[in-house]
Design a protein around this ligand. Structure first.
Ligand SMILES: Cc1cc2nc3c(=O)[nH]c(=O)nc-3n(C[C@H](O)[C@H](O)[C@H](O)COP(=O)(O)O)c2cc1C
Ligand code: SF4
Length: 480
């Protein structure tokens, strides 16, 4: 992962933990209403993909164990990992794109209900993503994938100062391109072709030459709505529309969305599809069901949307009736590192990825509560407009004091902690019992994220190993 060049190593925040009484009286452990449901506490485990579903996207025993473990800590809410809304293969990622996925998801809901003693509300993040191909070997790219155009002949002749390439056979041309230096290719191929070669072919919402991309605004509201209906049928307390990071809906919100069909360009046009998706979902699930979303407070990419865009989007989504807005940051493809041949580009390897999951190797600002100001500005714009949509913040939060300060300063309404909850799913219970001393504190060095990047089952480096040195798949037991 990219690291700020300053590479200042920040020690974990010194902190004092509350007594049981202090915790019970704290803002963090006060209740809050989200649309039709009440969260018992303002504690929240945001979506985290653990890579434990079957290759067909079904819930497995390991998925159940994973969420059961979080539920035993009794956070106010858990958001189940990004779950695909289409009925297409997507590796070991959960899916909700067909009724056959409902029984497994229902079992997941029941598992969390039992493990949390009915104290934790369960939402599911529903996602659409476009095709991302693995980085191809160069010979495959030049021999099979590259569409030879007259410009290639012109440019190659120019670059190599040899007119022979203007009329060379296609196969000779492909062979010659394969032997070109990077510099020669830079001058011969289009930026998009270079990207396909060096990062793997990746669809964009701007690809209006592709019918299925042109049709996204017609297709997505219905698919999201059906997925949300299945989530409701499975018993989830609500759905979180994934409008953040590197995926389709965030790409519609992005300032890099230049579609000219009324769904790109100006902010007013970029927010159109996210609102239409929300409306379709709302119509399908009714008013008595939580529909929230996750958006980016800042994309952190060149030419991307920034905080003023995000505030505007939040207002429009809030006015439309969104029950909560969870604010994340970055996590984009545009600045991701080049993957090795045979691997797909991973959207959390560049600067925007760092901002999404900041580590202790940071700049002067450090990782702790790094993204709170985005949520605070968004919350402030909502309040100014008379909207009381709860705002969720996340990013480097792993102490009671920091969480409490955010809530007391009214910078957010709910505090999400992904990695801290992974390191110690019991940390909420420990705080409530006045046993903060026993919290296993996340070190924010992203061992877990590196596993995610390799599509390996996510675990935490702080968990001890099981007998025979095997990696644990869930956090160890804690007995007070
Ligand atoms: C292993 C892993 C998987 C994640 N998967 C998702 C996901 O499916 N959807 C999502 O919106 N964010 C995902 N995130 C981002 C987290 O929800 C969270 O925003 C980020 O880790 C910053 O919060 P933290 O500092 O409390 O960890 C993931 C993070 C990790 C570490
Ligand atoms: S692996 Fe590291 S960053 Fe991830 S939860 Fe554990 S301590 Fe935190």
């Amino acid at each position: 992962m990219w690291t700020p060049p300053e590479r200042i190593r920040h020690p974990l925040l010194e902190t004092t933990w509350p007594s049981s009484d202090e915790a019970r009286g704290a803002a963090l452990f006060s209740s809050i209403r989200i649309g039709p449901v009440e969260l018992r506490h303002r504690t929240w485990v945001p979506a985290m993909v653990p890579w434990r579903a079957t290759d067909e996207g079904f819930v497995t025993r390991e998925v159940l164990d994973w969420y059961e473990r979080f539920a035993r800590g009794q956070p106010g809410a858990i958001v189940v990992e990004a779950t695909g809304i289409r009925d297409i293969p997507s590796g070991p990622l959960l899916r909700v794109g067909h009724d056959r996925f409902v029984p497994g998801l229902r079992e997941l809901v029941e598992t969390v209900r039992v493990a949390s003693d009915g104290q934790t509300r369960l939402f599911i993040q529903i996602i659409d993503f476009l095709s991302v191909k693995r980085r191809p070997p160069a010979d495959k790219f030049f021999r099979r994938f590259l569409d030879i155009r007259p410009e290639h002949r012109e440019k190659l002749s120019e670059v190599l100062e040899d007119p022979i390439w203007k009329d060379a056979s296609e196969s000779d041309l492909r062979d010659r391109l394969l032997r070109c230096t990077d510099n020669e290719l830079d001058k011969t191929l289009s930026p998009r072709e270079l990207d396909d070669l060096r990062y793997g072919a990746r669809e964009r919402v701007n690809d209006m030459h592709l019918e299925h991309i042109r049709e996204l605004p017609r297709v997505l509201p219905g698919i999201f709505a059906e997925a949300a209906a299945r989530a409701r049928e499975a018993g989830f307390d609500g759905v979180e529309l994934h409008y953040a990071h590197a995926y389709t809906m965030a790409s519609f919100l992005s300032k890099q969305n230049h579609r000219e069909d009324g769904y790109g360009g100006s902010r007013e046009h970029r927010i159109r599809l996210p609102v239409e998706v929300y409306e379709a979902v709302r119509q399908r699930v009714g008013d008595e069901y939580v529909v929230g979303c996750r958006i980016l407070g800042d994309e952190v990419i060149e030419g991307g949307s920034e905080l003023d865009d995000a505030s505007y989007f939040a207002l429009e989504l809030g006015r439309a009736g969104m029950d909560y807005i969870s604010v994340s940051k970055g996590g984009k493809f545009e600045d991701a590192k080049q993957p090795a041949v045979g691997w797909a580009v991973y959207p959390y390897t560049g600067r925007s990825g760092y901002e999404c999951m900041p580590t202790v190797y940071s700049d002067a600002d450090g990782p702790f509560g790094r993204n709170v100001s985005l949520a605070a500005t968004i919350k402030n714009s909502l309040t100014q407009a008379g909207l009381s949509v709860p705002v969720v913040t996340s990013g480097g939060i792993g102490t009671f004091e920091l969480a409490e300060r955010i809530l007391k300063n009214k910078e957010a309404d709910i505090v999400a902690a992904a990695r801290q909850s992974l390191a110690d799913p019991d940390w909420y219970r420990k705080m409530l019992m006045g046993r903060g001393d026993a919290v296993r504190r996340c070190e924010f060095t992203n061992y877990c994220e590196a596993l995610d990047q390799k599509h390996k089952r996510v675990t935490c480096k702080l968990w001890d190993r099981e007998a025979r040195g095997k990696r644990r798949l869930i956090a160890p037991e804690w007995r007070p």
